[in-house]
Design a protein around this ligand. Sequence first.
Ligand SMILES: Cc1cc2nc3c(=O)[nH]c(=O)nc-3n(C[C@H](O)[C@H](O)[C@H](O)COP(=O)(O)OP(=O)(O)OC[C@H]3O[C@@H](n4cnc5c(N)ncnc54)[C@H](O)[C@@H]3O)c2cc1C
Length: 452
Amino acid sequence: MSKSVDYIIIGAGPAGACAANIISKSGKKVIIVGKVLGGSHCSINSTSSEVLVNFSKSFEKFRMVKDSYISGDIENVALDFKKIKKLVDSNGNKSKKSFLENMEDCQVEFIEGSACFSGSNMVDITTGENQVVTYKFKKCLIATGAVAPKSSLYNTKKNLDVAAFINMEELPESVAIIGGGALGVEVASFFTRFGSKVTIVEKNDRLLPIFDPYISKKYEDTLKKRGVTVVTNHDITKIERVGQKYIALSDAGSIESEEIFLCTGIVAAISELMLESAGINTDEKGRIIFGNNLQTDNKNVYVAGDVSHIMMNSSWAYYSAMVAAKNMLGADIEYTSEILPVYIDSDPEVAMVGLSEEQAKERGLEYGVFKYVFGNIYGFANLSGAQTVIKTVYEKNTKTFLGIQAMGRGANDLIAIFAIIIKLKLNVEQIPDFVYIDPVFNEFFNEVAEKL
Ligand SMILES: Cc1cc2nc3c(=O)[nH]c(=O)nc-3n(C[C@H](O)[C@H](O)[C@H](O)COP(=O)(O)OP(=O)(O)OC[C@H]3O[C@@H](n4cnc5c(N)ncnc54)[C@H](O)[C@@H]3O)c2cc1C
């Protein structure tokens, strides 16, 4: 059976849903096909981990207040994971419902199924009943997200990736996290808050390799102060189950723990798409090739969200969906990489936007660097450790900001402000013209203005 539609979107996560919304609001007919409505956002990832992370934060605060400021007998307090799991599931269902309502409001047709290309302007959709319907399209968006690849490191029946972390029913006494990137440090922070003995293992010589070495180092120091064992330069080659323990082996040594989680990265979900049927090319790493307008080698097919590999967070999913959808409707706009923020919800928070010092150097820019460290202004409430550390890179002649990286409480909000400052090309003389929230931002912005 074959049908025709102007716009078709593959993948019903945040990127796909956002693009569908924009296209349908312009009065066009759009179909969105997805295996799960809401994508990763409603299934294993964002929503579930957000609930768990928020619980872990509350639990740690409670424990600190209990240990230091509450007298009386409230020992043996423990979190009930079964109840939390119920909440996680119910939140996921609520999110799915709100995605569905949103689709209905926008009059977008959602088809639950799996899609692949069968020609340059044709998509085959297979639904639950194994029925295949071919759709001829004018424009198509690939928003299929990313998946954790099957790891060759272990051969146990149990899944050791992020899905296992979210479905966990009991807290382990000791846990090893393999991978010191964004997800790894978030998971490490989660277990640390509950008092598990955490070891984080990274194959590079430092955690968070996408950040400036100065921030990475401060970050690592803070984790160590919080009791996390940080092991770098360990490229794990095998994981074995011995008795009740996992043993992670590398040339540099072995790490033993009760639980182990792999946070070694995710890859674009494109293996089922039959890209070659539509003339969509991939590079040597197997990633879809596209331009800054998010158009692939097939000029009627665009990409948005995690599948693009530019970034893997919801901010990028929504922003890239907006750029792609507008271009699918006839605009010609490009995404701006300089304003894409990265935020890691760990203890401490870490965030960045714009160019790092290394990137400014690579581009041959005349730049200066400004670093700033705050003390423990939040007292016990600043559980992340004692310091908020900031590094900014600015253009010497114009005194405009090129980039900023920050660690500590408020890092996220600071980076959001800087994304606007960078986009508007505000210079340092304009900085004191605004009123900032006291104490962190006020202190920092005044210091920046004075020093530069
Ligand atoms: C543990 C965890 C925590 C996270 N926390 C945060 C956070 O705090 N903040 C944040 O901004 N981001 C977070 N993220 C990332 C965020 O979830 C993703 O960036 C976002 O969901 C990407 O949206 P997307 O639409 O590109 O892809 P997805 O949400 O992955 O949606 C893509 C959908 O397409 C479907 N699909 C794939 N192939 C096909 C096919 N052939 N046919 C039909 N459908 C298909 C997939 O099944 C999936 O449902 C987190 C991720 C993880 C793993």
